[in-house]
Design a binder for this molecule. Structure first.
Ligand SMILES: Cc1cc2nc3c(=O)[nH]c(=O)nc-3n(C[C@H](O)[C@H](O)[C@H](O)COP(=O)(O)OP(=O)(O)OC[C@H]3O[C@@H](n4cnc5c(N)ncnc54)[C@H](O)[C@@H]3O)c2cc1C
Length: 381
């Protein structure tokens, strides 16, 4: 049995950020991941302004520095919204989007955690975790004074919480995404595009980056939608004539996104959940990278405080989540039902909403304003 102050399950953005926060404060940290890094991760890789600000705060770097170092792939100063293939809105943004390729981005975050002193074990798939802090992998057993479950949406660590599966499953979005060469689609956009109108509670995206085009769709499965057919329909909107042939040549990959299942209480025994494992992705766009960085940071800080002062971390961690994260989750959820309602009723209403409220919505997406009724947002990092 190997020991550490904190065992972290999963070395994605949540796990690496928690490890960084703990290692910087001098605690022994063991990060376990089933993959060997750099590893692929299905994701659009779109970072909002709040994510870039948090990265600056965590890593003492600037957005320009991230671009120069190749961590950020593309910077986009605008966006476009389409409805059933028809352009609805095209606008510039007060704050740009930054696009990353996840294999590179996650390797950068992990490297920073290692430089701070965190130990990493690749190829260690966790199969069980106890609330007391014992973690079993297919290869070895580990024991921590605390454990952070940052092992993604299908978290094995979360199973030790004994939560009902039904609510979790109901609020998962299905997602399909592929990255193709630019010339594979007839129309090459110069800004990230969102596509509404072909899924009742979801949307599609086209993110152009230096490596190619990222095409994806996500949404709730409400009426047993066939996501493969929905993707084919999306390709049709993009002007790809032979969707079936395209799919045969570019095999599809899918992965769920938490989409309304953020946990109010992410602590159980000596275990905290962070990132997708706790359901922290916003239920409007499915933005999860920011919340993985943020909750990983909160979890690391709560445990460092607890280890220093001999207090239990659950209250401090849950309180920070309730104060800063849950209002965003609830607000984004309200907005989702409003926007998808407008989308179903009439695309003209959706277009009108964007024309009148577009700037305020962009501020909410970027975290300048809160999804909670558009109030000014003060982040605590
Ligand atoms: C198709 C798609 C597109 C997306 N696009 C965006 C986007 O553009 N912008 C955005 O902000 N968010 C996006 N998201 C959401 C975002 O990818 C996630 O919210 C984010 O990756 C969560 O980070 P995490 O660290 O919590 O988990 P992950 O990034 O999933 O990392 C979890 C880690 O745990 C490891 N692991 C899992 N199980 C085990 C186990 N049993 N034992 C050991 N290790 C394990 C995995 O190998 C992985 O390295 C998208 C998601 C999908 C599916």
């Amino acid at each position: 049995m190997q020991h550490a102050d904190v065992i972290i399950a999963g070395a994605g953005p949540a796990g690496s950020t928690a490890a960084l926060a703990l290692a910087r404060r001098g605690f022994s940290v063991l990060l376990l991941d089933k993959a060997s890094f750099p590893r692929p991760k299905l994701c659009g890789g779109l970072l909002t302004w709040k994510s870039v600000r948090l990265l600056e705060r965590l890593h003492g770097c600037t957005a320009d520095g991230l671009v120069r170092d190749g961590v950020v792939d593309t910077v986009a100063g605008g966006f476009a919204l389409h409805y059933n293939g028809r352009p609805l809105i095209r606008d510039r943004l007060a704050y740009p989007f930054h696009l990353v390729r996840r294999s590179r981005f996650d390797a950068f975050l992990l490297d920073r955690a290692q430089q701070a002193g965190a130990q990493v074990r690749h190829d260690h798939e966790i199969i069980r975790c106890s609330p007391e802090g014992t973690v079993r992998t297919k290869r070895d057993d580990f024991r921590g004074r605390y454990v952070i479950g940052a092992d993604g949406v299908n978290s094995v660590v979360r199973k030790c919480f004994g939560l009902p599966r039904e609510r979790w499953q109901r609020n998962l979005a299905a997602a399909i995404e592929i990255t193709v060469p630019r010339e594979a689609v007839p129309r090459i956009p110069d800004v990230p595009e969102l596509h509404a109108g072909f899924l009742p509670t979801g949307y599609g995206w086209v993110f152009p980056n230096n490596d190619g085009m990222v095409l994806g769709i996500c949404g709730l499965r409400r009426r047993s939608e066939n996501f493969r057919d929905a993707f084919k329909n999306f390709l049709h909107h993009l002007g790809v004539a032979d969707g079936e042939g395209f799919i045969r040549n570019h095999p599809l990959d899918g992965h769920p996104i938490p989409y309304g299942n953020a946990l109010d209480n992410p602590a159980h025994g000596n275990v905290l959940l962070a990132g997708d494992a706790g359901g922290y992705a916003d239920p409007l766009l499915g933005e999860g990278i920011f919340y993985a960085l943020l909750t990983g940071f909160y979890a690391g800080e709560a445990l460092a405080d607890a280890l220093e002062k001999g207090v239990h971390p659950a209250q401090a961690y849950s309180e920070r989540i309730r104060r800063n994260v849950m209002p965003e989750m609830r607000g984004a959820n309200r907005l989702r039902w409003l926007l998808f309602g407008l989308d179903m009723i009439n695309p003209e209403n959706l277009g009108r909403y964007f024309r009148v409220r577009g700037d305020a919505l962009a501020d909410m997406v970027h975290g300048v304003r809160s999804y909670d009724w558009g109030r000014k947002k003060q982040w605590d990092f």
